[in-house]
Design a protein around this ligand. Structure first.
Ligand code: NDP
Length: 328
């Protein structure tokens, strides 16, 4: 009998979707050049959608979610990877259109992998995960356009993208203002390096005046919606906002005035289709800049069996920091 391994499998029937830990064999895995013994995965907002009814992201069932994983190559038909190599995967619609990392084994295209960056363990790489990788891309985009003096705003700060952005920006020497709807997370956020806590309600109202006081020298926005619209009118002259997420809504009830009168830049950030060289550069900078004690402070440890509950929690905005899943 062939060897079995464990995976979180989402099945769908007339009653909806159901996620359970099941035994699979290598023959169950999809095609791909590289088979990886997964060590860690993590939980991102998108994972919450894919563990549950899918939010339109999952094409076929049964499905194995998990948009990220890190582990050791077990078999490879591609010259770039050999058994024993440590690798990381984020993006490329793995865990959505393709089977993902909530499994002790995964089989994927070699093009989708990057080598584990020097200085990070597989567990630390998954504490970063798509959320943290995207934070680095967002910060780099701000740097490319020039971060102004004055605090850099991070919205959805106690979430995954927000937590890593706060720690990164603080470690880079910026003053950081953290927006949270959870006042009880203020100590956590100041521990990561935030110097100012902004209540979510303060930015919740829709835009009444297209321009407010010039307050923020940059912004990493994980929330979108009315909050992003409001923030655009509070940016300093020539400052930039990296638009990363839609935790608060996909709409943008804004005016173009901040662009026209203050030269504000709205920068779109996509982590899924980033080319290989950009990925390697972002991971190297994360390994160099992100303080590992701060990263550890964000970690919530979990197992495959915890995922159905955690998937629901993250969609309700109830997860703090980064959930790291030990799949073994
Ligand atoms: P999390 O759930 O960990 O964080 C989102 C945070 O947003 C919450 O913790 C909460 O922070 C805040 N929030 C939740 N609901 C609302 C609301 N209704 N109004 C205002 N704030 C709210 O998710 P992630 O950090 O993993 O992802 C954040 C967003 O970024 C998601 O929309 C995700 O899809 C997107 N994303 C995009 C990527 C890309 O490539 N562009 C890659 C990765 C993520 P608090 O409690 O502190 O207020």
């Amino acid at each position: 009998m062939s060897e079995t391994f464990k995976a979180l499998v989402v099945d769908k029937d007339d009653n909806g979707t159901q996620a359970t830990v099941k035994d699979l064999t290598l023959a169950d895995l999809p095609e791909g050049e590289v088979t990886v013994a997964v060590e860690y995965s993590c939980v991102n907002y998108k994972d919450g959608l894919c563990i549950g009814p899918g939010g339109g992201l999952v094409r076929n069932y049964p499905h194995v979610p998990g948009i990220d994983f890190a582990g050791t190559v077990e078999a490879s038909s591609d010259d770039r990877y050999k058994p024993g190599d440590k690798v990381v995967l984020t993006g490329w619609r793995v865990g959505e259109a393709h089977w993902g990392g909530y499994s002790q084994k995964a089989r994927v295209k070699a093009d989708w992998l990057v080598p584990l960056p020097d200085g990070l363990t597989t567990r630390q790489a998954m504490a970063v995960g798509t959320a943290g990788f995207t934070s680095m891309l967002a910060v780099q985009a701000l740097e490319d356009h020039g971060i102004k003096s004055g605090p850099v705003l991070v919205t959805g700060a106690a979430g995954g993208v927000g937590s890593v952005a706060v720690a990164l920006l603080a470690a880079m020497g910026h003053e950081v203002a953290a927006v949270t709807g959870r006042p009880e997370q203020a100590d956590y956020l100041t521990g990561l390096g935030a110097t100012q806590i902004v209540a979510r309600e303060d930015l919740a109202e829709t835009v009444k005046r297209p321009l407010e006081g010039e307050t923020w020298g940059g912004c990493v926005d994980a929330v979108g919606g009315a909050m992003l619209a409001r923030v655009l009118g509070q940016m300093q002259y020539g400052a930039s906002v990296s638009a990363v997420g839609l935790a608060g809504g996909a709409g943008l009830p804004a005016t173009v005035i901040p662009f026209l009168l203050r030269g504000v830049n709205l920068l779109g950030i996509d982590s899924v289709m980033q080319p290989y060289d950009n990925r390697v550069r972002a991971w190297a900078r994360l390994a160099e800049l992100l303080p590992m004690d701060k990263l550890e402070a964000m970690v919530v440890p979990a197992t495959l069996g915890d995922l159905p509950k955690l998937g629901a929690d993250i969609l309700k905005g109830q997860v703090r920091g980064r959930v790291v899943v030990d799949v073994n």
